[in-house]
Design a binder for this molecule. Structure first.
Ligand SMILES: NC(=O)c1ccc[n+]([C@@H]2O[C@H](COP(=O)([O-])OP(=O)(O)OC[C@H]3O[C@@H](n4cnc5c(N)ncnc54)[C@H](O)[C@@H]3O)[C@@H](O)[C@H]2O)c1
Length: 442
């Protein structure tokens, strides 16, 4: 296979479609290893940033981008006809849910239709977007087999082109792991497809793990995320039960974590956030219906996790009530808008849901987040809000401060000293050795 030689000699041209949280670091890894990388995106703003050697994702260093661009190893473009010049094409486009909580495959399908326009002999395509088992073989494969350039005879997979699924595993801003140090699962449509995809990823990833089919690889990613969703739901449920019993869930989790086997800690919070955990499990739920199976665990976990922001607001009312105050008319400050500590990603963030419910209940709501100066419009929300600068006097203005995201940069001592009342959904104040009568947990 000529492609294998090109990959081994680092002569293969790598096309990355979708330059977001997954595609950009992946492109940088290939560029860092000496491959020529061309990124494709519909978002002209991202292309402009990359061409100028600038990052648009907080935890991705501009220096790395600048170097890859000035070395001539990384470029970005919105002209998709250049796909035909690529040897390997990696798809990293979004896979959200639509308003009926069903898979929105329009990005993946749209990308596959575009690739099919330009597909040529000996190209490898891998899909990294999280999706339901069957996507690669049921959606991508038929489009590529009937690619325009194939003529009437069509292309044969494993002979004319190669196709595989390899899910992205990312833990944004985790200093211990990056794209290249996280083992990667790969499933090829044929043995030759697997061989090509493995050769490609072996160039940049510490360990590749092969499975028997793209379906098995698609299911692996879903298992990983469903496992987290279900376990987070379990501790969220226990949090609510233990609270009634006057037991602190955090104390219990820390104690249980001392068991050296058979227990992995998960932590409660104000609700699920991010692009993966609140969304991916429902890709399986949707597909399972085709096989007349109800995914009860997934649905139940979804129900409990979705309820968490409502639980936090109920707790807020309870706490204010202790001090003879109503939520209606109270000033509430939400700390943290991103879905996770120390990152600038607010997709599906429970803080947004909190703002919505607090508003609905008549509270006067502000937020503060050092990484999110204004709240951009999202698919669901359009808040016209700016982050509040935290100071002794600004914190004192609020009837209640709700800690939603436990950013390291927050000055917990200052907030603890000045806030009238605090509702902590992450146990952040206690972790910073602050315990006081005005700090409650939710
Ligand atoms: N972010 C994570 O931590 C993470 C981890 C594992 C898996 N994933 C999965 O990876 C996929 C991508 O996620 P992400 O977080 O990188 O998303 P993202 O929104 O950050 O990036 C996607 C990019 O694709 C671009 N795009 C959309 N449609 C396109 C098209 N037709 N052609 C070219 N570009 C297009 C968008 O402009 C955007 O830049 C999703 O399926 C997600 O579930 C994400």
């Amino acid at each position: 296979m000529e492609l294998l030689e090109k990959i081994k000699d680092k002569k293969a041209k790598i096309g990355i479609i979708g330059l977001g949280y997954v595609g950009l670091p992946l492109g940088l890894e290939f560029a860092g290893k000496g491959f020529d990388v061309l990124g494709f995106d519909l978002d002209e703003r991202k292309i402009k940033f990359l061409k100028e050697g600038k990052s648009y994702i907080k935890h991705i260093n501009s220096e790395k981008i600048k170097k890859a661009v000035s070395d001539g190893k990384l470029n970005a473009i919105s002209d998709f006809s250049k796909i035909s010049g690529m040897d390997a094409i990696i798809i990293c486009v979004p896979t959200p849910l639509n308003e009926h909580r069903e898979p929105d495959m329009s990005y993946v399908e749209g990308t596959a239709i575009t690739i099919a326009k330009y597909l040529r002999i000996d190209q490898l395509i891998t899909l990294e977007s999280t999706t339901f088992p069957g996507t690669t073989e049921e959606i991508l494969l038929p489009l590529f087999e009937k690619a325009e350039s194939a003529g009437n005879n069509g292309f044969k997979v494993g002979k004319d082109f190669y196709l595989a699924f390899s899910p992205e595993r990312e833990d944004p801003n985790n200093p211990k792991y990056s794209t290249s140090t996280i083992p990667k699962v790969i499933g090829g449509v044929t043995q030759k497809c697997l061989e090509a995809a493995k050769a490609l990823y072996d160039q940049i990833i510490v360990e590749t793990v092969t499975v028997s089919s793209p379906r098995a690889a698609e299911a692996t990613k879903l298992l990983e995320n469903i496992y987290r969703s279900v376990n987070i739901a379990l501790v969220n449920e226990l949090k609510m039960v233990f609270d009634r019993m006057d037991i602190d869930i955090w104390e219990v989790i820390y104690a249980a974590s001392t068991k050296p086997f058979g227990y992995t800690p998960f932590y409660p919070g104000p609700g699920l956030g991010g692009h993966c955990i609140p969304i991916d499990p429902f890709y399986l739920t949707w597909k399972a219906r085709e096989f007349e199976i109800n995914t009860k665990f997934i649905e139940l976990a979804g129900e409990i996790n979705t309820y968490q922001p409502h639980y936090v607001v109920e707790k807020a009312m309870e706490v204010l009530n202790k001090f003879k105050k109503a939520l209606n008319g109270s000033k509430v400050l939400i700390l943290g808008a991103s879905y996770k500590r120390d990152i600038d990603d607010m997709r599906e963030s429970p803080s947004l849901k909190l703002i919505e419910i607090f508003n609905e209940r008549g509270a006067i709501v502000d937020y503060s987040d050092p990484y999110i100066p204004t709240l951009p419009k999202t698919r669901k929300y359009n808040f016209d809000m700016k982050s509040i600068e935290l100071s002794d006097s600004s914190v004192r203005e609020y009837d209640l401060v709700v800690l939603s995201t436990d950013h390291t940069d927050f000055d917990y001592n200052m907030i603890g000293d000045n806030a009238k009342l605090i509702l902590d959904t992450r146990n952040a104040f206690e972790k910073n050795n602050l315990k006081s009568k005005n700090i409650y947990k939710a």
